[in-house]
Design a binder for this molecule. Sequence first.
Ligand SMILES: O=C(O)c1cc(=O)[nH]c(=O)n1[C@@H]1O[C@H](COP(=O)(O)O)[C@@H](O)[C@H]1O
Length: 281
Amino acid sequence: MGLRALAQAARRKESPLVVGLDPAPLRFPGELRDLAEAQATLEFCLGILEAVEPYAAAVKPQVAFFERLGPEGMKVYAALVSAARDLGLPVISDAKRGDIGPVAAAYAEAHLRLYGATCVTVNPYMGSDAVLPFLEEARRRDAGGGVFALVATSNPSSGEIQQATDPPLHEVAARLVANLGQRDGDYLDCGAVVGATRPSIGRRVRELLPDALFLTPGYGAQGGGAPEVVPLLDARGAGVLVNSSRAILYAHEKTSTDYRHAASEAARQARDDLRHAGVRC
Ligand SMILES: O=C(O)c1cc(=O)[nH]c(=O)n1[C@@H]1O[C@H](COP(=O)(O)O)[C@@H](O)[C@H]1O
């Protein structure tokens, strides 16, 4: 039901930080380089989960980095979803699925039911047919599942499509989220992905979605900082979860300390930075 589990975890931890798991073996520390990629990925991510658990509201595994390893990679993915949940960390499956009808329902069954993620990211470009099956699967679950639809993404070329029309597509997507989402506690059960890299667009999306929980990437490695997140807050000064992936996973490259220690410190600093700026969920 809704995104409640996620918001509750963020409040309990007093942290709006989501740590993204985007495991790229070429960036793993030397101690893991001799292992097969799937085994190295599992060990690296298990180390990260334990290291960041005190500071993270949730984790967001990027499914592509597990799919690229084939069936072994998906076993690793399943093990990590389970390990995160054992640590009390809700899991946002970053699958960005965008197909329709029964196909979308099959993806929803895989990610929300079989793998057991708490939430999943979806691409609403094909319209409500691409989002509703995920919401229906989430609404059937007692444990608290939910959906984040891409609305205004953080990547450099996002404007080529999302701002190419009048009204811009991020406004169209925001209205779709407002129409499809049902109120569940403080937020709609359909959240919105809104990047930190274009705060003026984020502010406009917030006007259209006063009751939505935002998942906000673009903080950290993509150049966004806490000041860029603040305009995305709702009228209560809340409503945003901020993702950081590479800046935390590969913090060891800058410090040359143990990767777990470096990730833990980077997560703590990101949480403090966001908290001091007043970002909360
Ligand atoms: O849905 C996402 O998480 C997402 C949306 C978006 O607009 N931009 C974006 O970078 N992401 C994801 O965020 C992760 C990158 O995070 P960083 O390494 O912190 O830049 C990748 O998994 C991206 O797919």
